[in-house]
Design a protein around this ligand. Structure first.
Ligand code: HEC
Ligand code: HEC
Ligand code: HEC
Ligand code: HEC
Ligand code: HEC
Ligand code: HEC
Ligand code: HEC
Length: 415
């Protein structure tokens, strides 16, 4: 039994690590400039044009208070007691590679370290600097060497509550040398000023980094907006800020696809893209857009949704048709089902055609039948030997007969 559990845990770790490889191998690039459309003449982006979410609180209190609880807001942070999810307690703070090599997670005053030991002798010690990942699924950690960022050898996998070897790292050696490029921060943060030196190392301006996917990642730098409305409290129209309602559907989709369309080919450098721009000018999809069959269910919500009949047939559907990104709404199938029923209901004669079994209330949960959590194909392939795969919520909305039957069977069992 113990061996079985151990093997499951190992599978988790492998899945996690593959997940992270998937995230990190090939990523897109964008650049920050001007907003292409004529939306109130939003200024170009440099550190001084950002106001920070705290400054929004006074006038957008409700949004602010729910936003700071989201996975977006927490997706990167300066390392601290609060942001690091793994345990530093004795007995839980080690990751062993083999008999001779281990890494200990150590806390000294307010600082946190990963220390590598080889045959009991300290070999290298680096300080946790930056945390990537809110801790829904996992976290990875970075350390500073001058103005460069490197990944620490040990990451954390949340479902197993366990430290693990970092993504794509060798199993037989403790590795501290993987440099972190700006595209990682582009998807997991709001802003970073950086330059590349002659050796193509990325040098960050540490103080410029705005951690987390914050308000201004989606609405554009807003210091002018804050200043204007502070000085003109009677103004009812939002000035100097991007109004999502004036954007086209493709512009709104691109604002999310920047980070939610999986692997893309870089055209322009990270942090070039601004909301309102056309994503295709900054990076290109890396898959054949005509064929959805092999689109992976992981990380490419954009590709999967845009291949669904819901999206193709309706003129206005976008990510906000189902998500209120200002709020943490995950694990609430009933709420999501109300979003489906905004378009699909008895009155509009396009409601579910399934004849409900006894005791089944369709309206409670459209999603486990039409957007089931499916094993990730890409991850599965790479794990063919063990046969375990990560489950992700597919964004290809369709009829899934098999999953529907399973769902009904599960309901019957509960009764
Ligand atoms: C001094 C008050 C004030 C502050 C501070 C403020 N806003 Fe606003 N904001 C307004 C007003 C007034 C409107 C227009 C009415 C509305 O939509 O609520 C507005 C509208 C908006 C809109 C909608 C634009 C539209 O036309 O629909 C966005 C987006 C926005 N603000 C973002 C922000 C962000 C991000 C921050 C913080 C960086 C911020 N605001 C700080 C007063 C403020
Ligand atoms: C193209 C954008 C993009 C890039 C580049 C990117 N990520 Fe991610 N990452 C995401 C998205 C989107 C998710 C959430 C995916 C989902 O749930 O489907 C995510 C999830 C994660 C998670 C899991 C978070 C959690 O708790 O669920 C970790 C850890 C992570 N990324 C680390 C990294 C690291 C480290 C890098 C750079 C080496 C990186 N990512 C680069 C977009 C990106
Ligand atoms: C992940 C992207 C994202 C983040 C982060 C984000 N927003 Fe929004 N926001 C949107 C989108 C998309 C809309 C338009 C929603 C719609 O079409 O109904 C919107 C709409 C708004 C509006 C106008 C409509 C309304 O609901 O009143 C305001 C004001 C606003 N956001 C403020 C903020 C503030 C303040 C923050 C941070 C505390 C924030 N947003 C964070 C994406 C985001
Ligand atoms: C700058 C990159 C970026 C942008 C832009 C972005 N996201 Fe995300 N999103 C992420 C990352 C990274 C995660 C994973 C956060 C984590 O858990 O660490 C995520 C997670 C999510 C989640 C899962 C939240 C949860 O609690 O499980 C949803 C839903 C989501 N994003 C929707 C959207 C929508 C809709 C938009 C566009 C309005 C958008 N995102 C724009 C990077 C981004
Ligand atoms: C913005 C409106 C809109 C929303 C929101 C929406 N749909 Fe649809 N959906 C459509 C349209 C339009 C079609 C195609 C025409 C039709 O069948 O009515 C469609 C088609 C479908 C189909 C048939 C797919 C196929 O391949 O034959 C299913 C199943 C479906 N939707 C389920 C859902 C579920 C479940 C949700 C919520 C998670 C949802 N829809 C949300 C508009 C929407
Ligand atoms: C038809 C409704 C619908 C639309 C449109 C939609 N989503 Fe979702 N999304 C969902 C549902 C339902 C879930 C699962 C919620 C849960 O598990 O509780 C989800 C979950 C997610 C997650 C978490 C994934 C995971 O497996 O943990 C991300 C990230 C996400 N959506 C991003 C997006 C983005 C980006 C878009 C636009 C390209 C989008 N969604 C459009 C319904 C939708
Ligand atoms: C128990 C699983 C289950 C639930 C719950 C469920 N559906 Fe369905 N749905 C199905 C199946 C299976 C079909 C195909 C039925 C058939 O063969 O006619 C279907 C058909 C549909 C269709 C027509 C698809 C087409 O081919 O045009 C739509 C639209 C739809 N469902 C929407 C919804 C919405 C919206 C909800 C939530 C209010 C929902 N469904 C809840 C299983 C389910």
């Amino acid at each position: 039994m113990a061996a079985f559990l151990k093997s499951i845990k190992r599978q988790y770790l492998i899945v996690f690590c593959i997940l992270l490889i998937v995230y990190s191998v090939s990523f897109l690039c964008f650049s920050f400039n001007t907003v292409s459309s004529d939306i109130n003449n939003v200024a170009s982006q440099d550190a001084a044009t950002f106001a920070g979410s705290l400054s929004c609180m006074g006038c957008h209190k409700d949004i602010y208070e729910t936003h700071i609880k989201t996975a977006h807001y927490h997706t990167s942070a300066i390392a601290s007691d609060k942001s690091i999810k793994g345990s530093f307690k004795d007995g839980q703070n080690r990751f062993r590679y083999n008999k001779f090599m281990e890494v200990a997670m150590e806390k000294k005053a307010d600082s946190f370290f990963q220390t590598a030991y080889v045959s009991g002798t300290e070999y290298q010690r680096e300080q946790f600097g930056v945390v990537i990942g809110s801790g829904r699924k996992g976290q990875t950690y970075l350390y500073w060497k001058g103005n460069e960022l490197f990944q620490l050898p040990v990451s954390y996998y949340v479902p197993a509550h366990s430290w693990c070897n970092s993504p794509g790292y060798p199993a037989t050696m403790i590795y501290f040398d993987r440099p972190i490029k700006s595209r990682c921060v582009e998807c997991h943060g709001t802003y970073a000023s950086y330059e590349e030196n002659a050796n193509s190392a990325t040098l960050f301006d540490q103080n410029s980094i705005i951690y987390g996917v914050d308000c201004e990642r989606c609405h554009g730098p807003s210091s002018k907006h804050v200043q204007y409305h502070t000085q003109h409290p009677g103004e009812k129209k939002g000035m100097f800020v991007i109004n999502a309602k004036l954007l086209s559907r493709q512009q709104r989709m691109d604002a999310c696809a920047l980070c939610h369309s999986g692997f893309r080919k870089e055209v322009k450098p990270p942090f070039s893209f601004a909301v309102g721009d056309k994503l295709e000018d900054f990076s290109l999809p890396n898959y054949n857009t005509d064929s959805s069959s092999w689109l992976d269910v992981h990380g490419n919500q954009y590709g999967l949704l845009t291949s669904s009949k819901c999206y193709i047939t309706s003129a206005n559907m976008d990510c906000s048709s189902c998500h209120n990104v200002h709020k943490e709404e995950i694990n609430n199938p009933k709420l999501y089902s109300t979003r489906c029923m905004n378009c699909h209901n008895e009155a509009s004669h396009n409601f579910c055609t399934l004849t409900p079994a006894k005791g089944l209330n369709l309206a409670d949960n459209c999603i486990d039948c039409h957007m089931p959590a499916l094993p990730s194909k890409k991850i599965f392939l790479q794990m063919a030997e063990t046969g375990a795969a990560d489950l992700v919520r597919t964004h290809r909305v369709a009829v899934y007969k098999e999953q529907s039957d399973t769902f009904i069977a599960k309901l019957k069992k509960k009764k």
